[in-house]
Design a protein around this ligand. Structure first.
Ligand code: CP
Length: 307
């Protein structure tokens, strides 16, 4: 049984297969619309979501399957060891997607689940997002060859998953990440990817953007802290430190790179409104591709014969 806890769980061939399959489903959805008939997806949420919730729920239904949503904190996952609850819920589902606060809890869930578990974003990885991002790069460029993606922002779960995904796809990644979310910073993994030539790191934002065909940013403050009064001082400090790294016209210079953002967007912080709405913005296509990338992932994890 295979899980998707991070893109470390997938080979280069598997990542390419998932991206190609996602685009095939997008082109001909009717060929896939009964493949998961009778299958149930359980979605566990410990944090809020718009895209992950909608795209998984619609995605599984479009493949002929069904889904149930469970709020972690309103369930007994909140008051009992994960191993017992995981064994129980996985008797009723064929697939689990979990958005949990910590990767440690996700690993426990997967250890005791009887069915494949998909990481719907935790403090360390966001593999579904990276699969959708790579699908968008491939759809736009027609190839992964000679593609460079520059990620500018806080080093977080999205940056980790991009690092792994780009390495597998053969897309060169430039990281411009002056600050890191501490639990997310996988120093050893990043050092190895850099030593192997898959990524480079710099703080020269203008030079990095000038080298890239795709420029990507994400929130400077994680969703669970954005409105937390206890986090306000750190939020203010971060905003000041990160402002020189905002995606804006000045930092873009003469670049006509495509603009990526995994959403939710905080205009005026990590990106200016004009870039969100610019003709080079792929942000909504990238968000739309979550659905197809996750459909491909579900079919793959469930070993579904393809048409
Ligand atoms: N990008 C992303 O995961 O969006 P949500 O947090 O809305 O699910």
């Amino acid at each position: 049984m295979k899980h998707c806890l991070s893109l470390q769980d997938f080979s280069a061939d598997e990542v390419t297969h998932l991206v190609r399959l996602a685009l095939k489903i997008k082109k001909n959805p009717q060929q896939y619309n009964q493949l998961l008939r009778g299958r149930w997806l359980l979605m566990l949420f410990q944090k809020s979501s718009t895209r992950t919730r909608l795209s998984f729920e619609m995605g599984i239904k479009q493949l002929g399957g069904n889904s149930v949503v469970m709020d972690w904190d309103a369930s007994n996952f909140a008051i009992s060891p994960i191993r017992y609850e995981a064994r129980y819920v996985s008797q009723h589902a064929h697939l689990i997607m979990a958005r949990l606060k910590t990767h440690t809890d996700l690993l426990k869930l997967a250890e005791y689940s009887r069915v494949p578990v998909i990481n719907g974003c935790d403090d360390t990885f966001h593999p579904c997002q990276a699969l959708a991002d790579l699908t968008t790069v491939f759809e736009t460029a027609g190839t992964f060859q000679h593609q460079t993606l520059c990620y500018v922002g806080i080093h977080n779960n999205v940056a980790n998953s991009l690092a792994l995904g780009c390495a597998r796809a053969g897309v060169h990644l430039i990281l411009v990440t002056p600050e890191a979310n501490k639990p997310a910073h996988k120093t050893e993994m990043l050092d190895k990817l850099e030593a192997d030539g898959h990524l480079s790191r710099t703080l020269d934002v203008k030079q990095a953007i000038a080298k890239a065909g795709f420029v990507y940013t994400d929130t400077w403050v994680d969703m669970e802290f954005f409105k937390d009064p206890a986090y306000q001082d750190e939020k203010e400090r971060r905003l000041k430190t990160m402002l020189p790294y905002q995606l804006n016209r000045e930092n873009m210079g003469d670049s006509d790179a495509y603009i990526l953002h995994d959403m939710p967007i905080h205009p005026g912080y990590e990106i200016t409104e004009d870039l969100v709405e610019s003709p080079r913005s792929l942000i909504y296509r990238q968000a739309e591709n979550r659905l197809y990338a996750q459909q491909a992932l579900a079919l793959h994890l469930l070993d579904t014969p393809l048409p």
